[in-house]
Design a protein around this ligand. Structure first.
Ligand code: ZN
Length: 287
């Protein structure tokens, strides 16, 4: 039995699926496929992303050994730590029979590094647009994500705000039509064009006060303030409707309650408005 592979059951000795990353599949997708095929870990559990990462980055499979990958950081608690340059490492080549050739291994490492750098754009399974990974939050530095927030148009939202909520980052959402219109204006185009954007815009950073700073590929910087006039609200807030609604509000008593008849009338007004434009209230919810 070759050194370093002691105890490897024969069925795992041939890596059947490592090639998937070479086909452009993500680790998470590979993990899902392994699960669908009923391929489990030695302990009978399903493979997860972190286990696949461990396997794909394990140099031992190439027939070489790296010593002192980890070390005991505290002799009392015996806590082990990854050796990130704290102690020397010893690399010994050709210590045992390889199950992955070195060129494949190196390619996989380079591919993982490339995808890490690209972020969402590097993963074909995440739907992306030209704006993905280019719109940055001026508050926390994370990228904006494309989201649907109960509205008929998409919005772009800071990833920190999306994951951890307003308390973590309170950068305002940008309605996609407003973002695209501003991009088109900066590029001197009548309407947004993905190719022109990809070619000419490095990053767009969003700041408080609807400010967008465009860093262009030619090295120049352009600042713009985005505006958004939701058509949703103006569509149904005609002067007549507004007057009717404010009349209706006056009918409330001192504690803010309507009489049963007045409430019925208010509810009719609301229903009529909603029927005309189901999205009339969305803008307020997004802000
Ligand atoms: Zn943010």
């Amino acid at each position: 039995m070759p050194l370093g592979l002691v105890g490897f059951p024969p069925r795992t000795a041939k890596p059947r699926r490592n090639v998937q990353l070479l086909d452009g599949k993500s680790r998470i997708e590979t993990a899902r496929e392994l699960e669908a095929d009923g391929i489990k870990t030695l302990n009978g559990k399903t493979f997860g992303d972190s286990q696949l990462k461990k396997i794909l980055t394990n140099i031992t499979y190439t027939g070489s050994l790296l010593f002192q990958k980890e070390f005991v950081s505290d002799p009392i608690t015996k806590k082990r730590k990854m050796n990130r340059g704290e102690l020397p490492q010893y690399f010994v080549e050709d210590t045992h029979e390889p199950i992955i050739d070195r060129a494949t291994f190196d390619f996989v490492q380079a591919e993982m590094a490339r995808k890490r750098k690209l972020g969402a754009v590097g993963n074909p399974h995440i739907p992306t647009s030209a704006l993905t990974s280019k719109v940055k939050c001026g508050n926390c530095g994370k990228s904006f994500r494309r989201r649907t927030e109960n509205s008929k148009y998409k919005v772009w939202k800071c990833a920190t705000k999306d994951d951890k909520g307003k308390a973590a980052c309170d950068m305002k959402l940008i309605p996609e039509p407003a973002l695209k219109a501003t991009c088109a204006e900066v590029l001197g185009l009548a309407e947004f064009n993905e190719d022109a954007f990809t070619e000419r815009v490095e990053t767009v950073t969003a700041y408080e006060g609807n400010i967008l700073i465009f860093k262009l590929t030619d090295g120049t910087e352009v600042e713009r303030v985005w505006e958004w006039h939701s058509t949703a609200r103006t569509d149904c807030w005609t002067p007549e409707r507004r007057a009717a609604w404010s009349e209706q509000l006056k009918k409330r008593d001192k504690s803010g309650r309507w009489s049963p008849e007045a409430r019925k009338k208010a509810s009719e007004l609301m229903k009529a408005r909603h029927a005309e434009n189901p999205n009339w209230n969305n803008r307020r919810r997004e802000e």
